[in-house]
Write a protein that binds this ligand. Sequence first.
Ligand SMILES: [Zn+2]
Length: 133
Amino acid sequence: MIPGDPVMLTTEFWNQVSRGKLVRPVCKSCKASFFSPQILCPWCQSSNWDFQESSGKGSIYSYTVVHRPPDDEHPSPYIIIDVELEESWRMYSRLIECNPSEVQIGQAVRVSFQEFKGRILPFFKVAEDQLCI
Ligand SMILES: [Zn+2]
């Protein structure tokens, strides 16, 4: 890794996403998971970390509904979620196949890899045992 090069910091994340795996940085010093990938662990400032696979299971920490999409390829409206994964790290993503009036904080979600604009992205769906739509 070249310090300060943001492409190198996220390359492994995107390579794994293209293979259908969700990964996050895990610090080898303090064992904390964090996101997004960065040079130093935000908890102990160690540079000794590597990517580990996530279960892709989590819950909605927060969300917002976007009513004015940036282009015609986005549905309108669509849901942006701040998802808390079960390994105690959070990321932003899109919640798909859910009516915006049905989304709730704390709802269980699962990662769902979808092609969007020619690229595989880690979106999320509401877990099967939770009501949505
Ligand atoms: Zn650490």
